[in-house]
Structure formats: structure tokens, C-alpha cells
Design a binder for this molecule. Structure first.
Ligand SMILES: [Zn+2]
Ligand SMILES: [Zn+2]
Length: 397
């Protein structure tokens, strides 16, 4: 069943070999059932307590059963005969005995499953490292072709691509009611839509540098790889869940609760749920998408266009100089964001030079547009009653 899913679900062949060995584990369950039967533990009501402990690198399940005094000798003889490692006999109440025993096949089943998960966890870590390395090399590559200092930079095209990518929410939803990680099928669909948007906007065709085209291809491939890893992890998580359910059904023991608990204590990340997306997506956001700043992070909160020239008030809030001058003219002293009285005493010393240079570098078009707008506004203020500044052919008399 799992084998079939692995084939159908877009999993590379070599990965399938490393997946949870569902069939083999199923056979192991049969052995546990036989083992329980061999010592005479057949009925559900005999089991009093079941626990799995991790002792160093071994998983030790302990089963406590109730037997009647008449049965006790029989069960104990069987246990001794079969050479089980740990037994304890207590007389609980008159006529009832409690035996705690560690069974071999039982231990073997969990040990096998645990080791397979360890292997999977290593495998996932390796894939994650590969993806992070791709993110780093893409950041370097796109930094070269989309960097602001380069002549004919592809910066504006990459900005648009990253903006479309962020809006596509390939791996996580923030807008829907069911915010959070999305199903791999949805991821695949959203990725397709994102590429379609990039194509319909003709962004790829407008690249100046061949390196950009290659980087865009690598960016798509990297996203597909993340989906594959996430998908693989989900399939394995489901397999573990199912095998534990099967174990419980056939043995009447409660491994579905105990085993995930052990995993949680032993592994740093939740290996039954796909966490690769979360880790990798934050790396993509911080180390790749961040290399090209988005305008929305640099706009003035009053006029909503680029905050040029940026005046940083004493409260720390930043506005464009035009909006600040307008506030001062209205004799408004309170910062529109935090209401502190900081506006009226602001002057040229509040100009944030570093930010201004940054904006010139990363948003040259917006800055130029804003400067033209400002000039037009100043002109209108001074000569608006005489001439329309939008018609520069008019001469001022
Ligand atoms: Zn403004
Ligand atoms: Zn403020």
C-alpha cells in the first residue's frame, strides 16, 4: 500500500527504498501477536499496563499483565522457557498476580521502526542542507544580476518575481481561514500559478542577463525539491501512523500514544510531520527574498509612496519630507503613528542619510518619480495661481 503510494506520489526511486518499510513492519506485528499468544497473553483484559522506555539506544517495552494465581505458574514457566529478560512478580490482591515482562518481538518491532525513523531524519537533514546550499548560491547569483550597482541590472524584474512569489504563498497560507502549511497538492498548484504569472507578465523575456534566466530555472527547481521532500515526509508520517494503529488493533496495546511520545523526546524536530517547509521557507525569506527589498517596506505611512527624503522623528518613526513639512505647516506636533510631540522641532538634522542613500540605490525609479512630484508640488504652491505646472511650455509672465 505504501509502496504503491510512493510510486504514485512523485517520489524518486532511491528515496522509496529508504521509506518506512511498511510490509516488513506488518510482518513483525504478526510475530508480536504470536509472541503474546505463546506466553498465554491473549485477552485484552489481561493487560494492565504497557509502557515503552528508551534506555540508552534501545527501546524497551514493558508489559504488565494480570493473571490469576492458578495461571501464574503456567505463564511464568513459559516466560522462563522463552528466556525473556525482565520479569517481576507481585501479588496485587488475593488471587491476582501482576507480571511485568519485556518481550523480544515487541522490542524488535519498535527498535526497527525507530531506526528507520532515525535514518529518515538524517535523510531529511541532508536534503534540507542541500536546499539551504541552493538558497545561498541563488542569493549570490541573483545578487550579481539583480544587484543595484550593476549596469542594466535585473533588479526590478527580480523584485516583481519575488513579489509574485510572496503573494503566491506556495507553502504557507496567511490569508485563508485555515492559515498555515498547505497541502503539497496545493503547493504544486500555486507554484504553477506563480510561474504562469511570471510568464504572462513577460518577466523572463525582459531579463538583461542570461544568469537571471538560469537563476529563475534553479529557483523553480528548488521549490519543486522542497515539495518533494515535504511530500515524502508526509507519506512516511502517515505510514508510521497506520502501522502503529495496526499494531494496536492486533495486539490490544496502546503504541499509538506511547511511540510518538518517545519520538518527540528523542528528536529535535517533529519527524512525523513535515517541518522542512517551515525551516526552509524562513531561510528563503531571510537569505534570498530579502536581498531585493520590496517597496512596501519603504513607503511613507502618510502618502504611501516611497519615503524620500526620509525624516526620522525623535520617536523613531519615519516619513517623507513632504508629508512632514505639511504637518508642520498645519502646526501639528504629534507623530501620526505614536502621538508623541516630536513633529514641530524636527529639522534637517532628522534626515536619515543612510536610508536616503539606500532608497536611491534600490528604488531609483520611485525616488526619481517622487522628486519630480515634489518639484511639481512646490512649483504649484509657488506659481499655481499663475500657471499650470503640468504644461511647461507656458511661460511665466
Ligand atoms: Zn509622505
Ligand atoms: Zn512616532
Amino acid at each position: 500500500m505504501l509502496e504503491q503510494t510512493l510510486q504514485e506520489e512523485w517520489v524518486p526511486e532511491e528515496w522509496a527504498k529508504k521509506a518506512i518499510q511498511y510490509k516488513a513492519l506488518k510482518k513483525r506485528i504478526n510475530r508480536v501477536v504470536e509472541e503474546l499468544e505463546s506466553i498465554g497473553i491473549k485477552r485484552e483484559d489481561m493487560v494492565l499496563m504497557y509502557d515503552i522506555e528508551r534506555v540508552q539506544h534501545q527501546l524497551v517495552p514493558r508489559l504488565t499483565v494480570r493473571t490469576t494465581l492458578e495461571m501464574e505458574d503456567l505463564v511464568l514457566t513459559k516466560i522462563e522457557e522463552l528466556g525473556y529478560s525482565f520479569t517481576e512478580v507481585q501479588e496485587a490482591e488475593a488471587g491476582v498476580c501482576l507480571l511485568t515482562v519485556s518481550l523480544h518481538q515487541d522490542a524488535l518491532f519498535f527498535q526497527t521502526l525507530y531506526e528507520e525513523l532515525e535514518e529518515l531524519s538524517r535523510f531529511r537533514d541532508e536534503r534540507e542542507k542541500e536546499i539551504v546550499a541552493t538558497v545561498e548560491s541563488l542569493a549570490a547569483e541573483i545578487g550579481k544580476v539583480g544587484g543595484p550597482s550593476r549596469r542594466k541590472s535585473d533588479m526590478y524584474l527580480w523584485r516583481e518575481i519575488f513579489q509574485l512569489y510572496i503573494e503566491s504563498e506556495v507553502f504557507f497560507s496567511t490569508r485563508e481561514r485555515s492559515a498555515g502549511r498547505v497541502d503539497v497538492e496545493v503547493s504544486r498548484q500555486r507554484m504553477g500559478e506563480f510561474v504562469a504569472h511570471v510568464n504572462s507578465a513577460g518577466l523572463q523575456k525582459r531579463f538583461h542577463h542570461r544568469g537571471s534566466l538560469a537563476a529563475f530555472g534553479a529557483f523553480q527547481e528548488m521549490n519543486m525539491q522542497i515539495m518533494k521532500v515535504a511530500n515524502y515526509q508526509t507519506i512516511n508520517g502517515i505510514a508510521v501512523h497506520k502501522i502503529l494503529k495496526k499494531f494496536d488493533k492486533q495486539t490490544s496495546l496502546n503504541s499509538s500514544i506511547l511511540f510518538p511520545d518517545i519520538l518527540q523526546k528523542s528528536f529535535e524536530t517533529n519527524i512525523l510531520n513535515s517541518t522542512v517547509c517551515k525551516d526552509v521557507c524562513s531561510v528563503i525569506a531571510q537569505r534570498l527574498l530579502n536581498i531585493i527589498p520590496q517597496l512596501e517596506d519603504y513607503t511613507c505611512p502618510i502618502c504611501c509612496s516611497v519615503a524620500f527624503k526620509p525624516i526620522r522623528l525623535d520617536c523613531g518613526h519615519l516619513f517623507c519630507v513632504r508629508c512632514l513639512v505639511k504637518l508642520q505647516r498645519k502646526d501639528e506636533d504629534k507623530c501620526p503613528l505614536c502621538r508623541q510631540a516630536v513633529v514641530l522641532h524636527a529639522d534637517e538634522r532628522n534626515l536619515d542619510y543612510a536610508r536616503m542613500e539606500y532608497l536611491k540605490l534600490y528604488f531609483p525609479r520611485e525616488v526619481k518619480e517622487k522628486q519630480t512630484e515634489n518639484e511639481r508640488e512646490i512649483f504649484k504652491e509657488q506659481y499655481g495661481h499663475i500657471v499650470d505646472p503640468d504644461k511647461p511650455t507656458c511661460t511665466i509672465v
